[in-house]
Write a protein that binds this ligand. Structure first.
Ligand code: TA6
Length: 310
């Protein structure tokens, strides 16, 4: 089973606005609400391929109830710790000029009592899980070492832990050597402490990560594909050009592809192709964290991989 962890879930509110500008009153042409937060985007894509998935984390208030209702409608198994705070919203404003502006709320303050309850639930769910996916920011109240501690517990039980987060939570998480991490270029630049403008610089900046005994490092590069590091080699992944509608959630969809591949024990090259195809297929959809499985299957055949000796 794949356990997806969303400690800071969100109602993702997508607005389509003509002529969006600051300091103006504008009206939304369309709005869509989806149960979001990176881990729930991962969950919804995983569910397209297998029912062997369980979502967990914290939810609270009416927003939390909305998320649970949507997951139940999608028949996604879920066990969340109810909190006194209100689950956040994240806004994505799409303008007709092609621009996309995201506003991410910090999220609620989690109490120590709620944290202890989650730790018990996490240990219980670990027993029935093989692959753990933790994605997204930490809500307020959780120590910055939260992911690091969760990774250590999972590794002690021989579980594969995939971490997709940013900033100090990522930096601390790396210290526990998760099985797979997926920084995007901006997150890698923050880890490296300098701008990255070429694939060679991606490879040099990733060497620090390689020293932390991480089995698979994925540097996602948007429409430029990704560079993946594993066992002394780097793999440049090229994806086909597509008509991108909404790229939000493509990184999360890529994570879903890796999790499915690890669960099904696909070979390494097929895993790279499936994960890349999931990320690409997500961008073809209006909804965040959504793929059409037929699109994924046809894109897989158009993904190319170049193997480079490090
Ligand atoms: O990756 C896209 C997304 O999941 C958005 O849908 C929004 O929920 C945001 O990321 C949350 O990011 P965060 O890093 O705050 O968990």
């Amino acid at each position: 089973m794949i356990l997806t962890i969303t400690l800071n879930p969100s109602i993702d509110r997508r607005y389509y606005i003509k002529g969006f500008e600051k300091d103006k009153v504008v009206r939304a042409e369309d709005v869509q609400y989806t149960p979001g937060g990176k881990g729930l985007n991962v969950t919804r894509v995983v569910k397209k391929f297998t029912n062997s998935v369980m979502a967990t984390g914290f939810i609270g208030g009416k927003s939390g109830s909305f998320i649970k209702e949507k997951l139940d409608e999608l028949e996604i198994n879920n066990k969340f710790i109810p909190i006194s705070g209100e689950t956040r919203s994240c806004l994505a404003i799409h303008s007709d000029d092609g621009s996309k502006t995201e506003i991410l709320e910090k999220g609620p303050i989690i109490s120590n009592k709620e944290i202890l309850k989650f730790n018990d639930l996490y240990n219980e769910l670990l027993e029935e899980s093989e692959i753990i996916c933790a994605s997204g920011s930490l809500p307020q109240g959780l120590p910055i070492e939260t992911y690091k501690d969760m990774i250590s517990v999972a590794k002690a039980k021989n579980k594969k832990f995939i971490l997709d987060t940013s900033g100090d939570a990522l930096k601390k998480g790396i210290e526990a050597s998760p099985f797979l991490v997926k920084p995007n270029k901006e997150e890698l630049e923050k880890l490296a402490g300098h701008a990255i403008t070429s694939n060679d610089e991606v490879i040099r900046a990733s060497k620090y990560l390689l020293e932390n005994d991480i089995e698979i490092i994925v540097v996602s590069l948007g429409k430029d594909g990704a560079i993946v590091f594993n066992r002394g080699y780097a793999y440049k992944i090229n994806i086909p050009n597509i008509k991108a509608i909404n790229s939000v959630g493509s990184g999360d969809s890529m994570i879903a592809g890796f999790a499915i591949s690890l669960l099904e024990k696909y070979d390494f090259e097929y895993m790279l192709k499936l994960a890349s195809a999931c990320g690409t297929a997500n961008a073809m959809e209006e909804e965040t964290g959504k793929v059409d499985v037929d699109n994924v299957k046809s894109i897989i055949n158009e993904v190319s991989i170049t193997k480079l000796k490090l």
